[in-house]
Ligand binder design. Structure first.
Ligand code: BTN
Length: 243
Protein backbone atom coordinates (compact mmCIF):
# COMPACT_ATOMS: atom_id res chain seq x y z
CA UNK A 1 0.00 0.00 0.00
CA UNK A 2 1.42 3.35 -1.03
CA UNK A 3 0.78 6.07 1.55
CA UNK A 4 1.60 9.67 0.72
CA UNK A 5 1.73 11.71 3.91
CA UNK A 6 1.50 15.48 3.58
CA UNK A 7 1.74 18.00 6.39
CA UNK A 8 -0.72 20.20 4.52
CA UNK A 9 -2.52 20.36 1.19
CA UNK A 10 -5.61 22.07 -0.18
CA UNK A 11 -7.65 18.89 -0.28
CA UNK A 12 -6.49 15.27 -0.30
CA UNK A 13 -9.21 14.49 -2.86
CA UNK A 14 -7.93 17.23 -5.18
CA UNK A 15 -4.33 16.05 -4.68
CA UNK A 16 -5.18 12.43 -5.51
CA UNK A 17 -7.37 13.37 -8.47
CA UNK A 18 -4.51 15.39 -9.90
CA UNK A 19 -2.03 12.58 -9.21
CA UNK A 20 -4.16 10.00 -11.02
CA UNK A 21 -4.07 12.13 -14.17
CA UNK A 22 -0.26 12.09 -14.04
CA UNK A 23 0.51 8.45 -13.26
CA UNK A 24 -1.08 5.03 -13.17
CA UNK A 25 -1.93 4.58 -9.53
CA UNK A 26 -2.21 1.27 -7.72
CA UNK A 27 -5.44 0.56 -5.91
CA UNK A 28 -5.42 1.79 -2.33
CA UNK A 29 -2.92 4.52 -2.98
CA UNK A 30 -3.62 6.82 -0.05
CA UNK A 31 -3.04 10.51 0.57
CA UNK A 32 -3.23 11.63 4.20
CA UNK A 33 -2.90 15.26 5.25
CA UNK A 34 -2.32 16.73 8.69
CA UNK A 35 -4.17 19.80 7.50
CA UNK A 36 -6.40 20.68 4.56
CA UNK A 37 -6.57 24.35 3.65
CA UNK A 38 -9.52 23.90 1.27
CA UNK A 39 -11.14 20.69 2.47
CA UNK A 40 -14.26 19.93 0.45
CA UNK A 41 -17.56 18.45 1.57
CA UNK A 42 -20.61 17.19 -0.28
CA UNK A 43 -22.62 19.49 -2.52
CA UNK A 44 -19.98 22.20 -2.66
CA UNK A 45 -19.63 22.63 1.11
CA UNK A 46 -16.38 23.06 3.02
CA UNK A 47 -14.93 20.44 5.33
CA UNK A 48 -13.28 21.91 8.38
CA UNK A 49 -11.14 19.97 10.81
CA UNK A 50 -8.51 21.13 13.31
CA UNK A 51 -5.08 20.24 11.99
CA UNK A 52 -3.34 17.08 13.13
CA UNK A 53 -6.24 16.05 15.35
CA UNK A 54 -8.43 14.37 12.75
CA UNK A 55 -8.22 12.03 9.81
CA UNK A 56 -8.47 13.68 6.43
CA UNK A 57 -7.45 11.23 3.74
CA UNK A 58 -8.30 9.94 0.29
CA UNK A 59 -8.03 6.49 -1.22
CA UNK A 60 -7.72 5.60 -4.91
CA UNK A 61 -9.73 2.63 -6.20
CA UNK A 62 -9.99 1.53 -9.81
CA UNK A 63 -12.56 -0.87 -11.28
CA UNK A 64 -11.85 -1.47 -14.91
CA UNK A 65 -15.35 -0.64 -16.08
CA UNK A 66 -18.17 -0.17 -13.60
CA UNK A 67 -21.66 0.75 -14.77
CA UNK A 68 -22.56 4.32 -13.78
CA UNK A 69 -25.89 2.96 -12.49
CA UNK A 70 -23.94 1.10 -9.82
CA UNK A 71 -22.29 4.15 -8.33
CA UNK A 72 -24.33 4.17 -5.13
CA UNK A 73 -22.85 0.77 -4.30
CA UNK A 74 -19.50 2.50 -3.97
CA UNK A 75 -21.07 4.86 -1.44
CA UNK A 76 -22.59 1.96 0.46
CA UNK A 77 -19.36 -0.03 0.71
CA UNK A 78 -17.44 3.02 1.89
CA UNK A 79 -20.03 3.83 4.56
CA UNK A 80 -20.09 0.20 5.71
CA UNK A 81 -16.30 0.00 5.87
CA UNK A 82 -16.11 3.03 8.14
CA UNK A 83 -19.03 1.92 10.29
CA UNK A 84 -17.64 -1.59 10.74
CA UNK A 85 -14.21 -0.22 11.67
CA UNK A 86 -15.78 2.05 14.28
CA UNK A 87 -17.92 -0.82 15.58
CA UNK A 88 -14.70 -2.76 16.16
CA UNK A 89 -13.51 0.15 18.29
CA UNK A 90 -16.73 -0.06 20.36
CA UNK A 91 -18.05 3.32 19.26
CA UNK A 92 -21.68 3.37 20.35
CA UNK A 93 -24.87 4.27 18.54
CA UNK A 94 -23.43 4.10 15.03
CA UNK A 95 -25.73 4.88 12.10
CA UNK A 96 -25.37 5.88 8.47
CA UNK A 97 -27.25 9.04 7.66
CA UNK A 98 -28.14 8.81 4.00
CA UNK A 99 -26.22 8.93 1.82
CA UNK A 100 -22.99 8.40 3.75
CA UNK A 101 -22.55 10.47 6.88
CA UNK A 102 -21.55 8.38 9.85
CA UNK A 103 -23.28 9.31 13.09
CA UNK A 104 -22.73 8.26 16.66
CA UNK A 105 -25.59 9.01 19.04
CA UNK A 106 -27.12 11.23 16.33
CA UNK A 107 -23.98 13.36 15.94
CA UNK A 108 -21.87 13.40 12.81
CA UNK A 109 -18.40 12.00 13.30
CA UNK A 110 -17.45 11.26 9.69
CA UNK A 111 -18.17 12.60 6.21
CA UNK A 112 -17.38 11.04 2.86
CA UNK A 113 -16.76 12.67 -0.52
CA UNK A 114 -16.49 10.20 -3.40
CA UNK A 115 -15.38 11.55 -6.75
CA UNK A 116 -15.65 9.14 -9.65
CA UNK A 117 -13.45 9.12 -12.73
CA UNK A 118 -15.67 8.52 -15.76
CA UNK A 119 -14.20 7.04 -18.96
CA UNK A 120 -16.24 5.85 -21.95
CA UNK A 121 -19.47 6.25 -19.99
CA UNK A 122 -18.24 3.95 -17.23
CA UNK A 123 -16.73 4.53 -13.81
CA UNK A 124 -13.07 3.62 -14.17
CA UNK A 125 -11.97 4.68 -10.70
CA UNK A 126 -12.96 6.58 -7.57
CA UNK A 127 -11.20 8.94 -5.24
CA UNK A 128 -12.75 8.17 -1.86
CA UNK A 129 -12.29 11.06 0.56
CA UNK A 130 -12.87 10.45 4.24
CA UNK A 131 -13.01 13.05 6.99
CA UNK A 132 -13.20 11.41 10.40
CA UNK A 133 -13.33 13.52 13.55
CA UNK A 134 -10.93 11.81 15.90
CA UNK A 135 -9.12 13.74 18.64
CA UNK A 136 -10.77 17.14 18.25
CA UNK A 137 -13.15 17.86 21.11
CA UNK A 138 -14.31 21.44 20.44
CA UNK A 139 -16.78 22.01 17.59
CA UNK A 140 -17.70 25.67 17.55
CA UNK A 141 -21.06 26.38 15.97
CA UNK A 142 -21.43 22.73 15.03
CA UNK A 143 -23.86 21.34 17.62
CA UNK A 144 -24.41 18.17 15.61
CA UNK A 145 -20.72 17.27 15.28
CA UNK A 146 -18.73 14.96 17.50
CA UNK A 147 -15.53 12.93 17.47
CA UNK A 148 -14.21 9.60 18.67
CA UNK A 149 -12.40 11.23 21.59
CA UNK A 150 -15.51 13.18 22.62
CA UNK A 151 -17.39 9.87 22.74
CA UNK A 152 -14.86 7.57 24.41
CA UNK A 153 -12.34 9.89 26.05
CA UNK A 154 -9.58 7.93 24.29
CA UNK A 155 -6.81 9.65 22.31
CA UNK A 156 -6.39 7.73 19.04
CA UNK A 157 -3.38 7.15 16.81
CA UNK A 158 -4.42 8.61 13.46
CA UNK A 159 -2.22 6.41 11.26
CA UNK A 160 -3.41 3.19 12.92
CA UNK A 161 -7.00 4.25 12.49
CA UNK A 162 -6.49 5.02 8.80
CA UNK A 163 -4.95 1.58 8.23
CA UNK A 164 -7.92 -0.12 9.91
CA UNK A 165 -10.34 1.74 7.64
CA UNK A 166 -8.33 0.99 4.50
CA UNK A 167 -8.23 -2.73 5.38
CA UNK A 168 -12.03 -2.71 5.68
CA UNK A 169 -12.35 -0.85 2.42
CA UNK A 170 -10.47 -3.71 0.76
CA UNK A 171 -12.83 -6.28 2.27
CA UNK A 172 -15.94 -4.40 1.15
CA UNK A 173 -14.64 -3.47 -2.31
CA UNK A 174 -13.88 -7.18 -2.80
CA UNK A 175 -17.51 -7.98 -1.88
CA UNK A 176 -18.59 -5.44 -4.51
CA UNK A 177 -16.25 -6.91 -7.11
CA UNK A 178 -17.67 -10.38 -6.46
CA UNK A 179 -21.20 -9.12 -7.03
CA UNK A 180 -22.59 -9.33 -3.49
CA UNK A 181 -25.06 -6.54 -4.20
CA UNK A 182 -27.98 -7.74 -2.08
CA UNK A 183 -25.80 -8.33 0.96
CA UNK A 184 -24.25 -4.88 0.63
CA UNK A 185 -27.60 -3.12 0.30
CA UNK A 186 -29.16 -5.14 3.10
CA UNK A 187 -26.26 -4.33 5.43
CA UNK A 188 -26.33 -0.65 4.49
CA UNK A 189 -30.08 -0.37 5.06
CA UNK A 190 -29.80 -2.14 8.41
CA UNK A 191 -27.67 0.76 9.67
CA UNK A 192 -29.72 3.55 8.12
CA UNK A 193 -30.43 6.45 10.49
CA UNK A 194 -34.15 6.87 11.32
CA UNK A 195 -35.22 3.90 9.22
CA UNK A 196 -38.87 3.05 9.88
CA UNK A 197 -39.21 5.91 12.37
CA UNK A 198 -41.56 8.86 11.89
CA UNK A 199 -39.31 11.69 10.69
CA UNK A 200 -39.64 15.23 9.43
CA UNK A 201 -38.17 16.22 6.09
CA UNK A 202 -37.75 19.45 4.20
CA UNK A 203 -38.18 19.46 0.45
CA UNK A 204 -36.03 21.62 -1.82
CA UNK A 205 -39.10 23.87 -2.26
CA UNK A 206 -38.99 24.54 1.49
CA UNK A 207 -42.01 22.45 2.53
CA UNK A 208 -41.78 20.23 5.58
CA UNK A 209 -43.48 16.86 5.64
CA UNK A 210 -43.57 13.73 7.77
CA UNK A 211 -42.68 10.27 6.54
CA UNK A 212 -40.80 7.07 7.21
CA UNK A 213 -37.49 6.18 5.59
CA UNK A 214 -37.98 2.64 4.31
CA UNK A 215 -34.73 2.13 2.40
CA UNK A 216 -32.74 3.24 -0.61
CA UNK A 217 -33.15 2.48 -4.30
CA UNK A 218 -30.35 0.84 -6.28
CA UNK A 219 -29.53 4.23 -7.74
CA UNK A 220 -29.13 5.70 -4.26
CA UNK A 221 -32.38 7.59 -3.89
CA UNK A 222 -33.97 7.74 -0.46
CA UNK A 223 -37.30 5.90 -0.20
CA UNK A 224 -39.78 7.77 1.99
CA UNK A 225 -43.21 6.40 2.85
CA UNK A 226 -45.36 9.50 3.15
CA UNK A 227 -48.55 10.14 5.12
CA UNK A 228 -50.74 9.28 2.12
CA UNK A 229 -49.14 5.78 2.18
CA UNK A 230 -47.30 6.46 -1.07
CA UNK A 231 -43.56 5.78 -1.23
CA UNK A 232 -41.57 8.43 -3.06
CA UNK A 233 -37.93 8.48 -4.10
CA UNK A 234 -35.77 11.52 -3.44
CA UNK A 235 -32.25 12.43 -4.47
CA UNK A 236 -29.84 14.44 -2.37
CA UNK A 237 -30.80 17.82 -3.79
CA UNK A 238 -34.51 17.20 -3.30
CA UNK A 239 -34.83 16.51 0.42
CA UNK A 240 -33.14 16.93 3.79
CA UNK A 241 -33.91 15.16 7.04
CA UNK A 242 -34.63 17.43 9.97
CA UNK A 243 -33.41 15.99 13.28
C1 BTN B 1 -19.22 15.78 3.81
O1 BTN B 1 -19.71 15.24 4.80
O2 BTN B 1 -19.69 16.83 3.34
C2 BTN B 1 -18.03 15.13 3.15
C3 BTN B 1 -16.75 15.52 3.80
C4 BTN B 1 -15.55 14.84 3.19
C5 BTN B 1 -14.25 15.36 3.75
C6 BTN B 1 -13.06 14.61 3.28
S1 BTN B 1 -11.61 15.03 4.17
C7 BTN B 1 -10.60 14.17 3.03
C8 BTN B 1 -11.19 14.44 1.66
N1 BTN B 1 -10.65 15.64 1.08
C9 BTN B 1 -11.57 16.60 0.95
O3 BTN B 1 -11.37 17.74 0.50
N2 BTN B 1 -12.75 16.15 1.37
C10 BTN B 1 -12.69 14.77 1.82
Amino acid sequence: MRIIKLSATKSTNSYLRELCTQENLDDYTVVIAGEQTEGRGQMGTQWQAQSNKNLTFSVFKSYGKMEIEGQFYISMVVALSILKTLQMLSISGLKVKWPNDILSAEKKICGVLIENVIKQRHISASVVGIGLNVNQTQFENLPKASSLKSITGIHYNLDELAILIIKRLKVYFDKLASGQFQEIKRAYESHLFRKNKPSTFKSSAGNTFVGFITGVSDSGKLEILEENQVTKLYDLKEVSLLY
